[in-house]
Design a protein around this ligand. Sequence first.
Ligand SMILES: [Zn+2]
Ligand SMILES: [Zn+2]
Length: 364
Amino acid sequence: MKEYESLSWYAARIKPHLPKEAFKPVPSRLLGGLAFLIVIVAGFLAIGFLELNVWFNLLIAIVLGACYASLGFLGHEILHGTVVRKPWLRDLLGAITFWPLCTGPSLWRKWHNMNHHVHTQDEHKDPDAWISAEQLAQKPFVRLLYRVPLFIRASFSLLSLAMTFTAHSLRMFTIYIKDFNPRNRPKVWLQFILPWASWIGVLLWIGFANWFFVFLLPLLIANFIVMAYISTNHRLNPLVPVNDPLANSLSVTVPKWVDAIHFNFSYHTEHHLFPSISPKYYPLVKAHIKQNWPERYHEMPFLKAMIALFKTPRIYYQHKELVDPRAGNVYGSLGNGLDPDDISYQNNLQVFPSEGKPSNHPKV
Ligand SMILES: [Zn+2]
Ligand SMILES: [Zn+2]
């Protein structure tokens, strides 16, 4: 085997072992979405009409946030076309499920399906990949942020997960809107404006206090849940020259009931290998991967992945390593020396020559 193999190389070896049904859409996944919608409507009615005390409202807001996140995971699945095949219905259901996260289906398919999936962990083309030391060197303002000690940066990053999805989604809109055919742009704008307009309408209708509990706080909670997964998907893996899902992705493990309410989103390597089959079949795909390439497959408990993220810096150095530019410490990535049970680093690397530390690595 080569150092990296392509998506199609792996897929061709597993596909013959999967049942035919695995390649058909699974509309019954919508029943889960319907259950979350019913809980959301009940939460709205309770907060809007029952004048509950603040603790009950807080509890309901947490449940609403969890429901918005789950709908987002279902939306991700729907917009890959694994639930219904008709494009208009796929986009309509995708728009509804992504409504709380204020992300339109056309933007999501462009950003996620056509760019993140096609160019996963490509330094320049993956819109979700973390930047490299070379890219950081071109951004003097961002470099200033990296003068803050790693512990403080990591704590801030952890807290900011509560808004990163929304912030990144807004950024993706500004980046990709110009790439849409001018004929389609009004539709993409409408998909962007309508969710925000509706939530502002709700604010004017029910007042800030209730709006805080039905939208703002649940949005922060949903952001945190969704981003906690997304941050484990690839950020411990190296940047790669070939889209090799075993090298560039991590699957996390969570309790079965969590997989049930999050539509198997934890199976991320499996998802990159077969984005167009229902996540319902990912446990089967996982079994085949582990049977064929156990030494290449990356998997760890969700909490362990979060701790590893907290303890490692988020700047890539020479594709396979992670560097803390402030301290000059260099950490491995998954498959390249990173041991999540015992995180260690080499120190005294001068990443930015102008900042005056001795260099024992080539200059960036
Ligand atoms: Zn991914
Ligand atoms: Zn996907």
